[in-house]
Design a protein around this ligand. Structure first.
Ligand code: PLZ
Length: 444
């Protein structure tokens, strides 16, 4: 049971006076390049509620960007991480190893797709996992080129900035970027010129043609794709696209990498989003939901590929920190015990039902999409031209925040309102959040 009452409560304006005071200190002390969606300072959080320093309780449709799927203070996570804290905080796995790291890798082998022999390596952040997937794929294939997709997001480090599609805010002024990165079209059904029904086959043909003709399949080490694109706008590649790319990779000795950092760990209603079309990636990158809020990331994949890098070639001081590993074991246990994949599917049913009805009512909503508890609406000024409506999207998010619902935006055009509730959210809170979205829509 969660200690925080699972009820929305507003006792001040949002942000309240204490948050405003802290925000003034923050502005003086914290670098301006680090932004915040909503300058409300957190006091505690669990289940579907985030409580701020003024005592307001917000409904959480963000999960700290798809991280706290099990809640922000899940019992098993707190228990296991606390016990580990008391035993030891760190030895460095590269100096003296510990069981928790091995156990997390064993769990990863169980829950990720495919029944081949698998191995994992652990890191601190999603970006670091993606970087290491590239290192591993390059060592294995002895090739250099990396293929990524329009609207893709993979992180903020130098290599992952190069892999990320969107300039503002991620890349602008931060170049030069890493070489040997090539971007090809993705199957964005809603915006595909000849319609969503043609999108899968046409987009995969285009992508494969570009890879073959512009890069040369024999030069490609890895194809990296998010099975549901996150920051780029919650784009589910049209059916057939992922299997076609995975097959092309297999036929050409290319390592197929699924970046499941946002979409993984039950978020889309299955352990991993690529399972939806039966795609078995060679490597899979995970982070976010894996450890209930502690920083942990992983690359998991075919043993022979994972073993390609020389001993000592992979690692990092904190990678697979014991406290983070203990938390991950608690998070994975919680996902299994509470069947959070089923919870995510239920969230999809509730959300999509209500959002589809809202789409009937408001022309502003061009598209309702996503899977599980990774759901979004794409907002447009005109349903025919599909001209993006970023201002209305920002206004809608702001109205939700003022009413005590934490929502996030995303999308290459800044016109997607995304919903990522903790998978443990109660259905009444879920519906109350949707009521707030409905009321906010009526005002913009
Ligand atoms: N790959 C698919 O979604 C992180 C980014 C938030 P890190 N997404 C949230 C922001 O604005 O920085 C992400 C992702 C996918 C990689 C990453 C990177 O993960 O843990 O943020 O490094």
């Amino acid at each position: 049971m969660t200690a925080i009452p699972q009820e929305r409560r507003l006792v001040t304006a949002v942000p309240g006076p204490k948050s405003q005071e802290l925000q003034a200190r923050r502005t003086a002390a914290v670098a301006g390049g680090v932004g915040s969606v909503l300058p409300v300072f957190a006091a505690r959080a669990d289940g579907g509620i985030l409580e701020d320093v003024d005592g307001n309780r917000l409904i959480d449709f963000g999960s700290g960007i798809a991280v706290t799927s099990v809640g922000a203070s899940a019992e098993a996570v707190v228990r296991r991480a606390s016990a580990q804290l008391a035993d030891f905080t760190h030895t460095c796995f590269m100096v003296t190893p510990y069981e928790g790291y091995v156990e997390v890798c064993e769990r990863l082998a169980e829950v990720t797709p495919g029944d081949h022999a698998k191995k994992s390596a652990l890191f601190n952040s999603g970006a670091e996992a993606v970087e290491n997937a590239v290192k591993i794929a390059r060592s294995y294939t002895k090739r250099q080129a990396v293929v990524v997709f329009d609207h893709g997001y993979h992180g903020r480090t130098n290599l992952t900035m190069a892999l990320t599609a969107k300039n503002m805010p991620y890349k602008n002024g931060f170049g030069p970027f890493a070489p040997e990165v090539y971007r090809v079209p993705v199957a964005y059904g809603y915006r595909w010129p000849t319609g969503p029904e043609n999108c899968g086959p046409e987009a995969s043909a285009q992508a494969i043609d570009q890879i073959s003709k512009q890069i040369g399949a024999d030069n490609v080490a890895a194809i990296i794709i998010e099975p549901v694109l996150g920051e780029g706008g919650f784009i589910e590649p049209a059916k057939g696209f992922l299997p076609a790319l995975a097959k092309f990779a297999k036929d050409n000795g290319i390592v197929f990498v699924a970046d499941e950092i946002q979409s993984g760990f039950c978020r889309t209603g299955q352990w991993f989003a690529c399972e939806d079309e039966g795609v078995v990636p060679d490597l899979i990158t995970t982070a976010k939901g894996i450890a209930g809020g502690l920083p942990l990331a992983a690359v998991t994949g075919r043993a022979e590929i994972m073993d390609a890098a020389h001993s000592g070639g992979l690692g990092g001081t904190y990678g697979g920190n014991p406290v983070a590993c203990a938390a991950a074991l608690g998070a994975i246990e919680t996902m299994r015990e509470l069947d959070l994949a089923a919870k995510a599917r239920r969230i999809e049913t509730v959300m999509k039902g209500r959002l589809a009805a809202l789409r009937e009512k408001y022309d502003l909503i061009g598209d309702v999409r996503g899977r599980g508890a990774m759901i979004a609406i794409e907002l447009v000024k005109n349903r025919e031209t599909k001209e993006p409506a970023p201002e209305a999207t920002a206004a809608l998010a702001k109205a939700c925040h003022a009413a005590g619902l934490l929502v996030l935006t995303c999308g290459t055009y800044g016109n997607v309102l995304r919903f990522l509730p903790p998978l443990v959210i109660g259905e009444d809170l879920l519906n109350e959040g949707l009521d707030i979205i409905e009321q906010a829509l009526a005002t913009v």
